[in-house]
Design a protein around this ligand. Structure first.
Ligand code: R5P
Length: 291
């Protein structure tokens, strides 16, 4: 087996290789002056299983193409099997045609990967209208969860927390995490008007007065969802607010927005590399039967 990466998730790729006692050989990858991609493997692949560890952020579309180029080249060079570990998988939120004429991007992305790789492993991917990855992937596809890692982080860092899911979808994570650490949990109802305009309200009343609130979501992108939840928690008397996400995309001015909304601490897992990474997902991957 050999582990590589197209450039994102280098930290996870390196530490996974170390844990699995497998060689890590990053690809040489660059762009020609006209933008065409150049890609080169630096290790023999004949007869081997190749594991590509590559998050689809930053640069989601470049990531998709780089992974496809790498997988097809690996097969061309004799690799027996190509496994993609995508700690963050992009395009999953466009899972229906919200307006006529739109691309259902998650299906297109999955279709391209189905033709290029033999197996995919991802973490807390956005399964909202799809109940499973099997709806879009024909290859073996696994969705791991960072819930237990997040629960341990909260247990070790926040005293008497109240867990909040900022919208209906996030309640599944918030509730599981709260149960693991015996904490109170509540959920907000989110109405999304546009990608930059959301409103939330509490639908399961729990007192937040003088409480250490932890808002848990799968993704923080523009930060609007968590910022609105934080403002609401603050208005309801919360003493401190910690925001924890699996995938910290933090686009635009998300971090400033969260701080302005009263979030005291922002924490993410390392599925996307960012200074807020405090929770390492490598142990989840190392526990899998890869190969
Ligand atoms: C949405 O369904 C997700 O679970 C997140 O709540 C959402 O992607 C966060 O986006 P933003 O940070 O832009 O509000």
């Amino acid at each position: 087996m050999s582990i590589t990466s197209c450039g994102n998730s280098l930290n996870i790729a390196r530490s996974l290789a170390k844990k699995l006692k497998t060689p890590f050989s990053p690809l040489t990858i660059s762009s020609f002056p006209d933008g065409d991609r150049y890609l080169k493997f630096n290790t023999p692949l004949k007869g081997k299983t190749l594991v590509i560890v590559h998050s689809f952020q930053p640069n989601p579309h470049q990531s998709l193409l780089d992974v496809i180029f790498a997988a097809k080249t690996a097969k061309d060079l004799g690799a027996k099997k190509v496994i993609l570990i995508a700690p963050y998988l992009a395009y999953m939120r466009q899972d229906i045609r919200f307006h006529s004429g739109e691309a259902i991007s998650s299906r297109v992305m999955a279709d391209l990967l189905n033709r290029s790789i033999d197996r995919i492993i991802t973490i807390d991917t956005h399964l909202h209208r799809y109940h499973s990855l099997k709806v879009i992937f024909t290859i073996p596809a696994q969705n791991l969860t960072a819930n237990s890692l997040i629960a341990s982080y909260i247990q070790n860092h926040v005293k008497n927390p109240v867990i909040i899911g900022p919208d209906g979808e996030s309640y599944q994570w918030a509730d599981t995490i709260a149960k693991q650490i015996n904490a109170l949990v509540t959920v907000f109802k989110k109405t999304r008007f546009t990608s930059r305009n959301v409103k939330v309200k509490m639908i399961k009343p729990v007192s937040l007065r003088n409480k250490n609130v932890v808002i848990v979501d799968d993704i923080i992108s523009t930060g609007h969802t968590v910022a609105e939840a934080a403002k609401k928690a603050k208005a309801l008397g919360a003493k401190s607010i910690t925001a924890i996400c699996v995938h910290g995309l933090f686009v635009e001015d998300a971090i400033q927005k969260l701080k302005k909304a009263g979030v005291n601490k922002i924490i993410s897992t390392n599925t996307i590399e960012h200074p807020t990474n405090k929770i390492d997902v490598t142990p989840l991957l190392a526990d899998e039967d890869i190969g």
